[in-house]
Design a protein around this ligand. Structure first.
Ligand SMILES: Cc1cc2nc3c(=O)[nH]c(=O)nc-3n(C[C@H](O)[C@H](O)[C@H](O)COP(=O)(O)OP(=O)(O)OC[C@H]3O[C@@H](n4cnc5c(N)ncnc54)[C@H](O)[C@@H]3O)c2cc1C
Length: 492
């Protein structure tokens, strides 16, 4: 039996359609199985600030708070820091420049990470990376000045930054349940390799991406876009090497004038080769072109092309089926590269993400929910914590298997208010990264890694300042936060 046939008969194809019913809104609360758990925190698990989730937002939150004197513990369910950027193999860092491509507007800890990577050959500086090149899958919209990076070197850069800041990092440890005193969170039950353990904290930051801490602590959440009843599709990333890059570029560039979007479907990189494979019955993926980016090393490329609809990252069975379907699609794509794409005949699969790439799941909805119109209008709010020009890129929004919605912004940048970090009812808690209080389309713009890091830096700074004053983050004076962010080289 050939390999393709084997993949068809494993049942994985069928799993693709096993979408979970989408929830309009989510009701939180702790896990009843753990409600009676009586675990006391050991001395080494007592801290000022517990950051749950070591993705780009969580790392920047932890580092900024620790540098301001907080005793910080950072827990992650995986075995490294970096979240989607390392375990998920997602990259490059999306743009940190304004929409004209003239000024770098996301700086602070993001820029420090980039500089540290560049210094050890782990990234190419975004100043030299322009849109419509092999580093951006030849895309122009929103792709000027991206940052290609090596995920293995990124893991080590994050390790160094956390170690230097004196952060206690706990890997392979899953946040299971908040420990609450009334409506205030004061710690967490963690499932660690040692068993069920407690951590005690004066303040907690939810940087899980899925808003799991806020949700279980009782903060209001929605799932995906409740009005449309959909969630952005997920993609399993993978990396390939042994690519003859010069031949691949020579194959693509004569076709650039044909790149276009039709009814939300992109016909971009290699769409002519996809058409060939489709005509031969060798393409059953939703996308009709292949997003493929050159990485730091010349023969290494990153592929963002698998697509699985209706994935609910908060549902174990649904997510498990999606992981298998992602791997099936990767094998299909490798067959496509070997057979149809000049320069990729000898491509080797370096690895698939060790986690499914989840673009969207829960959004925590605090007292203020950032509307996408504010980004489109280029509003810079009075309590601004970061500037960005990342495009509003909502995959799957046009319905159909491949449709995506791209909304251009009217000005060259927009700001993000401090209020998106506040989860409303739950005390001692801040949000950072993908789960902040924004509507689905607004989240589609600020979920990418440079703004996620800036959101983390703002959350960590606000936590440290609030802890020093013994106040709730919602009562923090914005002027003080702003001054501290500027000291931390944030661009406001
Ligand atoms: C398919 C796809 C393509 C993308 N493309 C790009 C791109 O090209 N460029 C770009 O800049 N961005 C891109 N993004 C967006 C970006 O990668 C993420 O949105 C960003 O990483 C969000 O950062 P975060 O820190 O909020 O969450 P994450 O990166 O998801 O990190 C969250 C961390 O929390 C941990 N965690 C979760 N739950 C628990 C728990 N209960 N206990 C302990 N730990 C937990 C996770 O293991 C993870 O390490 C893409 C995302 C996807 C999915």
């Amino acid at each position: 039996m050939d390999r393709r046939k084997f993949l068809e008969t494993t049942g994985l194809v069928a799993a693709a359609g096993a979408a979970a019913p989408l929830l309009g809104s989510c009701k939180g609360g702790g896990d009843p199985l753990l409600a009676g758990a009586k675990v006391a925190a050991k001395e080494s698990y007592k801290c000022d600030l517990l950051v749950v989730g070591g993705g780009p937002a969580g790392v920047c939150a932890a580092v900024s708070a620790a540098r301001l004197g907080s005793k910080v513990m950072l827990v992650d369910s995986g075995n490294c820091l970096g979240g989607m950027g390392t375990k998920g193999l997602v990259g490059p860092f999306m743009t940190c420049y304004d929409a004209k491509g003239e000024e770098m507007i996301i700086r602070g800890l993001f820029e420090e990470v980039v500089d540290r990577l560049v210094a050890v050959g782990g990234a190419l500086h975004p100043s030299g990376i322009r849109q419509k090149t092999e580093f951006t899958a030849w895309i122009s919209e929103g792709h000027d000045h991206v940052t290609p990076f090596d995920p293995e070197i990124l893991k080590v850069v994050y390790d160094h930054m956390c170690k230097e800041a004196g952060i206690k990092v706990l890997y392979n440890s899953v946040f299971a349940q908040p420990i609450m005193k009334g409506d205030a969170i004061c710690g967490a039950v963690l499932l660690t390799p040692s068993g069920l353990e407690a951590a005690e904290a004066k303040m907690v930051i939810d940087a899980t991406g899925d808003g799991t801490v806020a949700f279980r602590a009782g903060a209001p959440c929605v799932f995906g876009d409740p009005e449309a009843g959909r969630v952005q599709p997920s993609s399993l990333f993978f990396r390939m090497n042994n690519i003859d890059t010069d031949r691949l570029i020579a194959e693509v560039e004569p076709h650039l004038p044909e790149f276009r979007r039709v009814n939300g479907v992109s016909y971009r990189c290699l769409h002519w080769r996809v058409a060939e494979a489709e005509a031969n019955g060798e393409w059953d993926l939703a996308r009709k072109s292949v997003n493929i980016w050159r990485s730091v090393e010349k023969d290494q490329w990153v592929v963002n092309c698998t697509r699985i609809h209706g994935v609910d990252a908060t549902d174990a069975e649904n997510l498990s089926a999606a992981e298998e379907e992602g791997r099936r699609q990767v094998q299909e794509l490798m067959h496509f590269f070997h057979k149809y794409v000049p320069g990729c005949e000898k491509a080797t699969l370096m690895g698939t993400g060790s986690v499914m790439g989840i673009r969207e799941s829960r959004h925590v909805h605090g007292d203020f929910v950032l509307p996408v119109q504010d980004l489109i209008d280029g509003i810079i709010p009075e309590d601004n914590i970061l500037l960005s020009a990342n495009s509003i890129d909502v995959h799957g929004a046009m319905g159909g298997p491949a449709g995506g919605l791209y909304m251009p912004i009217k000005k060259d940048k927009y700001g993000i208010p401090y209020r998106v970090l506040l989860p409303g009812v739950v005390k001692n808690l801040l949000l950072a990264g993908r789960c902040v209080s924004a509507d689905s389309a607004a989240a589609g713009a600020i979920r990418v890694m440079p703004p996620a890091m800036a959101l983390g830096q703002a959350a960590g700074t606000a936590a440290a300042l609030s802890l020093a004053k013994g106040i709730q983050p919602k009562d923090l004076d914005y002027g003080e936060l702003r001054a501290e962010l500027i000291k931390g080289k944030a661009c406001l």
